[in-house]
Ligand binder design. Structure first.
Ligand SMILES: [Zn+2]
Ligand SMILES: [Zn+2]
Length: 247
């Protein structure tokens, strides 16, 4: 399983960049996890829009779904070339109006996921965990048959169950919206120290800090995580790639 960071900013994209978006590839299948502002433009450096097999949304905040509309327009425009293509867009149904928007004409179809059920999407198996965030949001554990596993926290403050859910992941993509001591947890986000605590308990093979703040030096986030956790930690950048080893 290969992961490519398409966008990683908190809230809004910096110049020529994007908010949350991650491309997953395995056995010819291409999935987009979250579709934030700027994602559609950046995605095309790595994958044609029409090559996507599915999209999975963690929640419906703009920085995770702003480019959904343009993706649906792209699907309409490409429909002349690919008349049979239907793009499934997975989302939760805790917000019926948002969920209804995942289906667009004959080109995209909303598919519900639930916390208590596994979802099989191509060669990927998904499990979901409701996070602590002002609106319903789901962390995801994604595994493939070679044993490789990825956990994406999506947006959340720290809670122990998230650490248990993340245990032993090959790659943990953790949201890190603030530096140690900053007041982000009350808004349903994690600081670097929260991620340090999460990683110390979950012991993943690699941590990737993402959903990054617009101030300070991101290298400092790594140093602050390392206060609580001795392991491999990186900060997200556009085009950062990681091949999950599996067994
Ligand atoms: Zn959010
Ligand atoms: Zn967000």
């Amino acid at each position: 399983m290969k992961v490519t960071v398409i966008g990683y900013w908190h809230g809004f994209p910096e110049k020529d960049e994007a908010t949350s978006g991650y491309l997953l590839e395995h056995e010819q299948c291409k999935l987009l996890i979250d579709c934030g502002s700027g994602v559609l433009a950046k995605l095309q450096s790595y994958c044609k829009v029409e090559e996507l097999d599915a999209v999975v949304l963690s929640h419906y905040h703009h920085d995770h779904k702003a480019d959904l509309g343009p993706l649906q327009y792209a699907s309409i425009i490409k429909a002349a070339e690919y008349p049979d293509k239907q793009l499934p867009i997975y989302g939760h149904r805790m917000d019926e109006e948002q969920f209804a928007g995942l289906t667009f004409q004959h080109v995209t179809t909303g598919v519900e996921y639930k916390e208590e059920e596994q979802a099989m999407i191509g060669p990927f198996t998904f499990q979901f965990l409701r996070t602590r965030h002002p609106v319903p949001c789901y962390a995801m554990k994604i595994t493939v048959t070679d044993g490789a596993s990825l956990v994406y926290t999506a947006d959340t403050s720290y809670f122990d169950q998230l650490a248990d859910f993340s245990a032993g992941a090959d790659l943990l993509i953790a949201e890190c919206s603030g530096y140690a001591g900053e007041k982000v947890t009350q808004f349903g986000h994690m600081t670097s120290s929260c991620v340090g605590k999460l990683a110390a308990r979950a012991q993943p093979r690699q941590v990737l800090l993402s959903h990054l703040p617009h101030h300070g030096k991101h290298q400092q986030l790594i140093r602050e995580v390392l206060d609580d956790y001795q392991g491999a930690v990186a900060t997200a950048k556009t085009g950062w790639q990681y091949e999950l080893a599996g067994e």
